[in-house]
Ligand binder design. Structure first.
Ligand SMILES: [Ca+2]
Length: 291
C-alpha cells in the first residue's frame, strides 16, 4: 500500500475538500495509507476546520501540520472553514498542531518505505522541507514522487494561482523546481478547470456543507485538486487517463510564471487523453461518504 502525505492550502477554494474526501475514502478502502495532512494557508479556522473534516471521516488520528507563517496569501478565505468549525473537532487552534515542515520530516524519517507527496496548494512547506537540515537528502531517500496541482502548461510563461499568488508562493515554486531531487508530476490549471465535481451530494454530508458555503453545492466545482489526488491514488498517469510531457519545469521567482523545457528530466506535466466526463465520473464515484 502506498504511503501518502497531503499538502493543501485549504484557503480560497473548496476543491481541496473534494480532494480530501477522495483521499479519505482511498485510505479507508486500503488503497493508500494517508500519513498526514499539511496546511500551507494559515488563518484562524485552518487547523480546527481540517480537524472537523477529518473527524467526520473518522480519521482524527491522522496528524495535521501547518505553516503558521503562511498567513499572507491573497484571496477571501472564510467561506467554508468557519462553518466547519461548528462540527466536533479535537484541534481547537493552529497552535495545537505541529509545524508542517517538522511533521513532514518526522513522518519521512520514521518510515522505512518511501512516501509519495501530494500538494494541492502553495509549495512553501515543500521548499521549506528541501531547505531544512539535510532536506534534499531526506527527500531523495524517503520520497517517491511528488504530485502537484500547480502551473499552467498549455502556454509558455503561464500564470497559475498556486505558483503566483504572492512572493512566498513564487519563491517556493522556484525553489521546488530547482532543488527537488525526485520526480514531480504537475497537473496544471488547464487540466482541472473544465471538469466539475462535488454536485449532487446528500445535504447531511459535511462535504456538501463545505461546498454549499462556497456556493458550489448545486453545480460542483472545478476539479484541479481532486484530479491531482486521483492521479496520485492511481499512481500511473497512463492508467489515470493522461499522457505526460517530460522535461524540466521552472518557475520565475519574481513573477511566478512557469516554463517547461522538454527532454530528459525529473519533471512531467499531464495532458488528458479522455473526455472530461471520464475524470468526473471516477471522482463522483469515489467521493460518496463512507461511514
Ligand atoms: Ca487547493
Amino acid at each position: 500500500m502506498r504511503n501518502i502525505i497531503l499538502g493543501t492550502d485549504w484557503w480560497t477554494d473548496c476543491d481541496d475538500c473534494v480532494a480530501v474526501r477522495l483521499l479519505a475514502n482511498a485510505h479507508k478502502k486500503g488503497e493508500i495509507n494517508l500519513r498526514g495532512v499539511g496546511i500551507n494557508g494559515c488563518m484562524e479556522y485552518s487547523a480546527p476546520s481540517m480537524s472537523a473534516f477529518l473527524e467526520n471521516e473518522k480519521l482524527s488520528d491522522i496528524p495535521i501540520g501547518i505553516d503558521r507563517e503562511g498567513t499572507d496569501f491573497a484571496g477571501n478565505h472564510f467561506a467554508y472553514q468557519k462553518p466547519l468549525c461548528d462540527y466536533p473537532h479535537n484541534i481547537k487552534s493552529n497552535d495545537a498542531c505541529e509545524d508542517a515542515v517538522g511533521m513532514y520530516r518526522r513522518l519521512l524519517i520514521n518510515c522505512e518505505e518511501k512516501t509519495d507527496i501530494i500538494e494541492i496548494g502553495f509549495c512553501q512547506i515543500l521548499s521549506g522541507l528541501l531547505e531544512s537540515e539535510n532536506g534534499i537528502e531526506l527527500v531523495r531517500e524517503k520520497v517517491g514522487t511528488l504530485y502537484i496541482m500547480a502551473g499552467k502548461w498549455d502556454e509558455d510563461g503561464g500564470l497559475e494561482h498556486n505558483f503566483c499568488n504572492n512572493d512566498r508562493s513564487r519563491r517556493a515554486g522556484h525553489i521546488l523546481c530547482e532543488k527537488c531531487p525526485v520526480p514531480i508530476v504537475f497537473l496544471g490549471f488547464e487540466v482541472g478547470e473544465p471538469v466539475l465535481t462535488g454536485d449532487g451530494l446528500p445535504h447531511d454530508d459535511l462535504l456538501y456543507t463545505a461546498l454549499y458555503h462556497h456556493g458550489h453545492a448545486e453545480n460542483g466545482r472545478c476539479s484541479w485538486d481532486p484530479m491531482t489526488a486521483l492521479l496520485a491514488v492511481i499512481g500511473d498517469a497512463e492508467k489515470a487517463g493522461y499522457r505526460t510531457v517530460t522535461g524540466t519545469a521552472s518557475v520565475d521567482a519574481e513573477t511566478g510564471r512557469n516554463y517547461f523545457s522538454e527532454g530528459e528530466g525529473l519533471h512531467s506535466y499531464v495532458i488528458k487523453t479522455e473526455p472530461d466526463s471520464f475524470y468526473r465520473n471516477e471522482i463522483q464515484r469515489r467521493i460518496a461518504y463512507m461511514p
